[in-house]
Design a protein around this ligand. Sequence first.
Ligand code: 1CP
Length: 348
Amino acid sequence: MDAFSKPLLMVLNGTPVWPPPLWLMRQAGRYLPEYRAIRAEVPDFIALCRDPVRAAEVTLQPIRRFGFDAAILFSDILILPWALGHGLAFKEGEGPVLPKLRDAAGVAALDPAKMASAVAPVMETVRRVRAGLAAEGFDHTALIGFAGAPFTVACYMVEGGGSRDFAATRSMAYSDPTLFGALMDVLVEATVGYLSAQADAGAEVLMLFDSWAGVLAPSLFRTHVVAATARIVEQMKRLHPAVPVIGFPRLAGLMVAEYAAQTGVDAVGMDTGMDLTKAASMVGEGVAVQGNLDPMALVAGGSALQAATADILIGLRGKRLIFNLGHGIVPQTPPAHVAALVEQVRAT
Ligand code: 1CP
């Protein structure tokens, strides 16, 4: 199977494929016992992201079990700020903890010159996954590389970790646009370098996770989500014209139309709250849509899962759909429910 007959690449390049290509955000993770076994060997999550043998292994685990149409590099969006020299720790049960970036000295301390060597192991993981997919006969499976979109990465850097509303980040964007703009500029350029290195190493598709895009008011969304993403996509299209880009502006609501029209992405990831049929008509035929099954329907399983899956498949029948969740799979998901979902989508 040549590259252009991989279903995910066909959909991204403009051709609908039915049944639609299927993968799940966070498909490698704690819901799989084989992931938990590897995780137990490497308690430090950053060390796991920088261990090419183990990171490639956990990337391949869900492909072996479920035969998904995409493998997604096992890493994290916060590896990029870490590689720029910003601190990062993952505390058990607490999620990520970072120093709070609140002033110009914090931006000046970021060092893009450090990045290439810090992320070299991630590029080795990309090479190993590509080789592993070929060696294990997964000819239909495309490899997705990714980064956090600059706004979402900035959220974690300013806040110092996760947050319900990212209030400090949003208020900095209003009260000190020069400082926030300087941080965004560093992140835009670093993201281009990081994604470009992944494409050079063998990533066939790139995805930008803007998980917190929807916390912004429209005017700030236009600057820090739409324009920042457009700057990245424009450079990526120049450097890697054959590598499609998927954008995921989570919780964007109505702003998804401008995002789809103005960023240059090839597909837009829709979150769980979107009416997928309406959203697809808002973004038009020029852009593929990815999504958007509720991860909790996958936890529930049974007839609720079947009905929620059927809604998506009926609503988007024959369109450029990449079947996925509306957000990441959660650890309590029974793997048997994932197998049932795959069977239903494949039989459509
Ligand atoms: O205990 C563990 O094993 C760590 C849990 C974990 C995992 C499995 C984290 C910590 N990150 C990851 C991997 C990961 N993260 C991937 C790998 C590939 C795959 O999808 O299978 C990807 C693409 C991400 C992306 C990511 N990390 C996002 C964007 C997508 C989303 O979920 O919105 C975000 C926001 C993060 C930050 C992050 N990393 C980890 C956690 C717990 C969080 C969320 C922190 C928070 O805001 O609460």
